[in-house]
Design a protein around this ligand. Structure first.
Ligand code: ZN
Length: 442
C-alpha cells in the first residue's frame, strides 16, 4: 500500500460518479487528478485542483491529458495451455475439436514447471497491459491434475501483479472418461476458486444435462461459484445454457454463475433466443464472450456464407444480462495469436459483433471494466473515492483512440504502486524535406 498522485488524466465519458467539471466536452470524459493514500483512492478532483506537492517526487505522474481508466480484468483465459501454439502441431482445421486433440497430445507429458514458466510470462504480459485480475481455467481431465497443481501454485507466485482465480475445468467432459468426475471432485479440494463444466462436449444431450447438475451440486457443496464453457458451437441444437439458467433459478445461485461463450446463441432461431435471454435475465447468470477464439473457431464447419459466432451481446445487454469480454487463449491450439491484451479482444469484437459505431465505444469499455469486475467479483473497484488505488494510463487522449491503436499503457498502478510502465516508441518517415516524426494520434 502506498501514496501516489496522477494528475490531468482523462476518464472515459461519465465514469466518475458525481463529477462534472466545467471543461467536460462531448465524447471525452472528465479531466481529473487522482490522489491515492494507503493504496486507496482518497480524492478525485478536477484537473489542477490536486496537490502534487503533498506526494514524494517519485510518486507523482503527469498523465498530460491522456486516457485514464480503472484496471482491466481478464475474466476468461487458459493459462495452462498458453504459449503452446504449434506444439506438438498446429490446429490446421481451425476447429474447437482439433484444438482439443492437439492439447490432449501436449498434456500427456506436461509438468508443473513447464506450466509455471509459460503462465508466468503471460501474466506479465497481462500486467503490462493494465490487467490486475485474471480468471484462468485449469484442465481437470485425464491423465492428471498437474494443471490444477500448477495454476493454484501460480496464484501466490504472481500475487505481486494480479489476483488470480482458478476454475476447475473438465476440458474433455465430466462423463466422457472413467475418472474425470473423480478428478473434478479432487481438483475442487486443491484450492480452486470456481467449478466448471463443458456440457456440449459430453457424448449425449442427457450426459450434458447431467454434467451441468454435477457441476452445480459440487459448487453448492463447496460453496463455490461456477463458470461453465457452454454451447460453444455453431449447432443450434446445443441448448445447455437453458439448463444452467434453469438450475440457477431453482437453486437461487445465478449471481454466482458465469456462462462462457454461448456462441450457439448466434445460430438459434429468434423465438428460442428470446426465451433463453429472458431466462438468463431472470436467473442473474452473467455471460462472457471471447472474441479472439470465437472469431476463428466459429463457422469452421460452414460452407459459404460462414457464420460469425459471438453471443447476442446487444440483446443480452438490453435484457439486463451482464456481458463480460475475455480473451480465452494466448498462443495456444485454439487461437494461435495473442499478446494478452484485453484491447485486442475488444478490437476484434468491434468488428465481429458489428460494434464499430461511435456509441459502441463506451459499451466496449463498460464490458472491459465494470462488467468484467462484476463477473470477477472485484470489490472496491472503479474510479471513485474509497475504492482501490488502481488505474491505468494510456498513450491516447480518449477511449476511441485507445481501442483504435491498442495504445500502450504508459502506467499501471495497483493499490498505489506502479506494477508496469511502457515508454511509447517513436517512428520517423523520411520525407524529401527531411525526417518527420509520425503522429498516429488523431
Ligand atoms: Zn475457454
Amino acid at each position: 500500500m502506498s501514496d501516489y498522485i496522477v494528475t490531468n488524466g482523462r476518464t472515459i465519458a461519465g465514469d466518475v460518479p458525481g463529477l462534472r467539471p466545467a471543461d467536460r466536452r462531448e465524447s471525452l470524459g472528465n479531466a481529473v487528478d487522482v490522489e491515492i493514500r494507503d493504496g486507496v483512492i482518497d480524492r478525485i478532483v478536477p484537473a489542477g485542483e490536486g496537490d502534487p506537492d503533498a506526494f514524494a517526487a517519485d510518486c507523482r505522474y503527469d498523465a498530460d491529458g491522456r486516457l485514464l481508466t480503472p484496471p482491466l480484468i481478464e475474466p476468461h483465459v487458459h493459462l495452462d495451455a498458453t504459449g503452446t501454439a504449434g506444439d506438438p502441431s498446429w490446429n490446421d482445421s481451425g476447429t474447437l475439436a482439433e484444438g482439443i486433440e492437439v492439447w490432449a497430445e501436449y498434456k500427456k507429458d506436461i509438468t508443473v514447471d513447464d506450466i509455471l514458466d509459460r503462465a508466468t510470462k503471460t501474466v506479465e504480459w497481462y500486467a503490462s497491459h493494465g490487467v490486475t485480475r485474471i480468471r484462468t481455467h485449469a484442465d481437470t481431465t485425464e491423465p492428471s491434475l498437474t494443471t490444477v497443481e500448477a495454476l493454484v501454485e501460480l496464484k501466490s507466485r504472481v500475487s505481486d501483479l494480479v489476483d488470480l482465480q482458478v476454475v476447475a475445468f473438465p476440458q474433455d467432459g465430466i462423463l466422457t472418461g472413467e475418472s474425470n468426475e473423480d478428478l473434478l471432485s479432487e481438483a475442487v479440494e486443491m484450492g480452486v476458486d470456481l467449478v466448471g463444466a463443458i456440457p456440449h462436449n459430453e457424448y449425449t444431450r442427457e450426459d450434458g444435462v447431467k454434467s451441468v447438475e454435477i457441476a452445480c451440486d459440487l459448487a453448492e457443496k463447496h460453496d463455490l461459484p461456477l463458470d461453465l464453457h457452454i454451447d460453444e458451437t455453431d449447432d443450434p441444437g446445443s441448448r445447455f445454457t437453458e439448463v444452467l439458467a434453469s438450475e440457477s433459478i431453482k437453486r437461487g445461485i445465478g449471481d454466482r454463475v458465469t456462462a462462457s461463450h454461448t456462441t450457439a446463441t448466434h445460430s438459434y432461431n429468434n423465438a428460442y433466443a428470446d426465451k433463453l435471454i429472458s431466462m438468463l435475465a431472470e436467473s442473474g447468470v452473467s455471460v462472457v464472450t471471447n472474441p479472439p477464439d470465437n472469431s476463428v473457431l466459429q463457422g469452421a464447419y460452414d460452407d459459404y456464407p460462414r457464420r460469425r459466432g459471438h453471443t447476442r451481446i446487444d440483446e443480452l445487454r438490453a435484457a439486463g444480462v451482464t456481458v463480460g469480454l475475455g480473451h480465452d487463449s494466448v498462443l495456444d491450439p485454439w487461437y494461435h495469436y495473442g499478446v494478452a491484451d484485453p484491447l485486442d479482444a475488444a478490437f476484434i469484437l468491434a468488428h465481429y459483433a458489428h460494434m464499430a459505431g461511435r456509441g459502441d465505444v463506451e459499451v466496449l469499455w463498460e464490458m472491459l471494466t465494470a462488467a468484467n469486475a462484476e463477473i470477477f467479483g472485484a470489490d472496491d473497484y472503479g474510479l471513485a473515492e474509497g475504492n482501490e488505488g488502481s488505474l491505468v494510463v494510456y498513450d491516447s487522449p480518449d477511449g476511441f483512440n485507445a481501442l483504435r491503436r491498442q495504445a500502450p499503457r504508459t502506467l499501471v498502478l495497483r493499490d498505489g504502486k506502479p506494477i508496469a510502465e511502457t515508454e511509447p516508441s517513436t517512428t520517423t518517415v523520411h520525407r524529401s524535406g527531411g525526417p518527420v516524426p509520425v503522429d498516429y494520434k488523431r
